[in-house]
Design a protein around this ligand. Structure first.
Ligand SMILES: Nc1ncnc2c1ncn2[C@@H]1O[C@H](COP(=O)(O)OP(=O)(O)OP(=O)(O)O)[C@@H](O)[C@H]1O
Length: 628
């Protein structure tokens, strides 16, 4: 039994969260150290540092969204602007308002708030604005969503310009108290960085990264893409608007064009240079780019260096930024940090993988998946035709049939990945006919895919954790459950490696571990032995029989390896031309003339069948667990 302070800490705080907190503290300490150096260096460096810290907050807001969801956003700059105008209006003195904004609605006039109170309002407003602007947006995904963020940038800009009574239109909005200095900007930037670092380890951050890596794989473990994306968007908009609030009190005067394409481009370039997928990337991107911009600005306006007269080169800063962005995308697509976080604890050898949890209790009730009259028509093709099957938890069911028979389509309809044209479906008595894949997963179905769908940029542990945390309360406990599944499939020693580095056979194992981490009532495997050598196939057979016996879950597998099917399965469903043509024990199916005619007619199949006949186990009509 675990004992002592370390054991208690591990039980309460997940390893990943502990690491994130230490990283957040380290980055904050770094910012404070830079701030102290700048304080001693004079007024001009302090102003540069303050501006950089505010820009860092804006870049971090972009990182929280784009870095986790993989959707490049052009829209955040607009929301930085919105935050600037809100804080400007709330903190401006009434006398300045009276002269600069004569037609300001009374609701907005004369607040004269301190910055902190105005930032509090910005946070609340940011949540509302984030949800309202994101809700229609994230029906889209991928590049469609990216283009929609560009449209949002234009909409926010247009609204700011058009709201003349409130913003002075395209004229400068002036008279905002200039109260933001280095020691306001740095703590806010440190907080934003800490939030970003912790966000990626939270369930929502894990889900967002899973969606970014493989949308269908994420849906199969119960992740709702729309909710996840909307949450990440709203959280990032809060940070963007807070950055805008600081910018307002740093500049004192600004106009909508300060928060348009120029800012969108600069912040995006900084994030790409540093590395979009980590908070460390945001920090290093801003640091490196700020230094480069400062150096280039000295040349841009012209001057004399060592007696050589340099003419003004306007637009040089943007050109250098664009060039560095292209260079990074070309030479180092993951950015300077390569997508890595600091991970101080791991680097110092102070944190290893979590311990594995004990097995969950075996299921006691007999449950079924019931499909009636399931049909799927594609233009001109009936992929599945009026299929009716019952898949219980007390046996391993094999679904076989020739290529193109409709097996995968049948499974995809059951798993919610393909909407049936007609028919009904129920899992454990719950009607799930029109459920999206993530809802079917939550109803108790874990699955793997014919074309493996792991999350390659996440570690093996994260791949499984993102599933276990759906059913295990508490991240620390979910981590231990994930370790248990990795141990089961023999991958625990690779827990902290990126999944993308795994060879093909091990990826299949990881996918099985991820599906089992959902603690599903049903495990559906689409060609699990494809690409495995005989030793791996034997391992898979043993592991499946063992897990079925221990956990008492229903296993359904589509498999072309007839030997494996006949050896492992209690029941077999045969599909041909989209129809279920036979159903029964392996012995019954092998003797069925329809099966022999339609599916096993070829010489090779007949030979396999003959070979496997002796190895086939007896039928299991009582539904007893035969693999205990
Ligand atoms: N998205 C789709 N659009 C059009 N036709 C499709 C689509 N998906 C599947 N089909 C067709 O439906 C039929 C059944 O395909 P399915 O992949 O379900 O068969 P299968 O039995 O799993 O085949 P295999 O063993 O080769 O994987 C095939 O004719 C296939 O071409």
């Amino acid at each position: 039994m675990e004992a002592g302070v370390h054991g208690v800490a591990e039980r309460r705080l997940s390893k990943a969260m502990g690491g994130a907190l230490v990283d957040a503290l380290a980055m904050a300490a770094l910012l404070v150290a830079v701030g102290l150096v700048l304080t001693m260096a004079g007024v001009a460096p302090q102003r540069t540092g303050t501006h950089a810290a505010i820009i860092l907050t804006a870049v971090v807001s972009l990182q929280i969204f784009s870095g986790n969801t993989g959707i490049v956003s052009f829209g955040h700059a607009g929301f930085v602007g919105l935050g600037a105008y809100v804080v400007g209006l709330l903190t401006m003195s009434a006398s300045v308002q009276a002269s600069a904004l004569r037609n300001l609605p009374t609701l907005l006039a004369g607040h004269e708030m301190p910055l902190l109170a105005a930032l509090g309002i910005v946070v609340v407003l940011g949540i509302v604005v984030g949800v309202v602007s994101g809700a229609p947006l994230f029906r889209l995904s991928g590049s469609g969503a990216s283009i929609a963020t560009l449209a949002l940038l234009i909409i926010v800009y247009t609204v700011l310009v058009a709201s003349r009574d409130i913003t002075r239109g395209s004229q400068p909005f002036y008279g905002v108290p200039r109260d933001v200095g280095l020691w306001t900007a740095i703590p806010v930037a440190a907080l934003a960085l800490a939030f970003a670092r912790i966000f990626r380890e939270l369930p929502i951050g894990l889900s967002a990264r899973a969606v970014a890596d493989d949308e269908r794989g994420a849906a199969a473990i119960g992740i709702d893409r729309r909710f996840t994306t909307l949450f990440a968007w709203a959280a990032s908009i809060v940070v963007a608007m807070a950055a805008g609030g600081l910018m307002a009190q740093f500049l004192g005067a600004f106009s909508p064009k300060d928060f348009y394409f120029g800012l969108a481009f600069t912040t995006l370039a900084m994030l790409i240079v540093g590395g979009m997928t980590s908070s460390l990337g945001a920090l290093s991107g801003v640091a490196v780019t700020t230094v480069v911009i400062e150096l280039v600005r000295r040349v841009e306006g012209g001057g004399e260096i060592g007696g050589i007269v340099i003419p003004p080169v306007f637009g040089l800063t943007e050109a250098v930024l664009a060039l560095s962005m292209i260079l990074i995308i070309w030479r180092r697509p993951e950015g300077l940090c390569g997508g890595r976080e600091l991970n101080l604890l791991k680097r110092l050898g102070l944190s290893g993988p979590p311990t594995a949890a004990a097995e969950p209790p075996a299921r006691t009730a007999r449950l079924t998946i019931r499909a009636d009259g399931l049909t799927k028509r594609y233009a001109g093709i009936v992929a599945v035709d009026d299929a009716g099957v019952e898949l219980p938890t007390d046996c391993i069911t094999g679904i076989i049939g020739p290529n193109g028979a409709g097996k995968t389509t049948l499974i995809n309809m059951i798993a919610g990945a393909v909407a049936p044209t007609s028919g009904t479906l129920a899992i454990a008595g719950e009607p799930v006919t029109r459920f999206a894949a993530h809802r079917v997963a939550r109803a108790g179905l874990g699955r793997t895919f014919q074309n493996i769908r792991i999350f390659p940029r996440m570690t093996l542990l994260e791949n499984v954790l993102v599933a276990s945390r759906q059913v295990v309360p508490g991240l620390a406990a979910a981590e231990r459950a994930a370790m248990r599944e990795l141990t089961r499939v023999g991958l625990a020693h690779l827990a902290e490696q990126p999944a993308g580095s795994l060879p093909y056979g091990l990826r299949r194992r990881l996918e099985v571990a991820r599906a089992l981490a959902l603690d599903p009532a049903f495990l559906v495997l689409d060609e699990p032995a494809a690409g495995m050598n005989p030793v791996e196939t034997e391992w898979l057979t043993t592991m499946l029989a063992k897990v079925r016996a221990e956990r008492r879950i229903g296993v359904v597998l589509i498999e072309h390896d007839l030997k494996l099917v006949m050896k492992l399965c209690d029941r077999i469903v045969v599909v041909d031309h989209g129809r279920v043509i036979a159903e029964g024990t392996p012995a019954e199916v092998q003797a069925n003339p329809d099966v022999i005619a339609a599916y096993l007619g070829s010489r090779t199949s007949a030979r396999v069948l003959a070979q496997t006949e002796q190895e086939t186990k007896p039928s299991n009509p009582t539904g007893e667990f035969s693999h205990a």
